[in-house]
Design a binder for this molecule. Structure first.
Ligand code: DQA
Length: 164
């Protein structure tokens, strides 16, 4: 089981940027905590941060055949990027959207997420803990997917046996 974590523009500035909104924690420390959880739960995890929309689209596309699920905070691109939304829709992998801040409590232009309709769920306003919740949520989604596939394979095999 592999999860790819994708971080959008200015998230590399966590710990420096607008601490009153995003808090003091650096991105690398958030990733360290996620890695710890992943190791405990025997999940492979990979992190990617970019300030460039096209690079984020490329990384999402690369998840085909490589990852089982995506956790994404597309930051400001959340509110503007049809390209990132289309990439998420294209890869057909369970995707969770995370925002540190509660985007609905902020400026009106942050209220709309173009990504939300193509994501399995959204975790917002929980600060860095939101990424932990996303990990818990994603491992749950992926184990449900695995159980469903196993069940489908068993019923298919049983149906084939009956036909013989
Ligand atoms: C953010 C919210 C966005 O509106 C903003 O542009 C960010 C961070 C968050 O995590 O709260 O850069 O995605």
């Amino acid at each position: 089981m592999k999860i790819v974590v994708i971080q959008g523009p200015n998230l590399n500035m966590l710990g420096i940027r607008e601490q009153n909104i995003y808090g003091p924690m650096k991105l690398e420390d958030i990733h360290k905590q996620m890695k710890g959880f992943a190791e405990q739960n025997k999940v492979d995890i990979e992190f990617f941060q970019s300030n460039l929309e096209g690079e984020i689209v490329d990384r999402i596309q690369e998840c085909i055949g490589d990852a089982d699920g995506i956790i994404i905070n597309a930051a400001a691109y959340t509110h503007t990027s049809i390209a990132i939304r289309d990439a998420i829709a294209a890869v057909q992998l369970p995707t969770l959207e995370v925002h540190l801040s509660n985007i609905h409590q902020r400026e009106e232009f942050r209220h709309k997420s173009l990504l939300a309709p193509v994501c399995a769920g959204q975790i917002i306003g929980m600060g860095p803990f939101g990424y932990h919740l996303a990990m818990v949520g994603m491992t749950q989604i992926l184990s449900e997917v695995a159980a469903m596939r196993e069940h489908q394979a068993k019923t298919q095999a049983a149906a084939q046996q009956q036909q013989q």
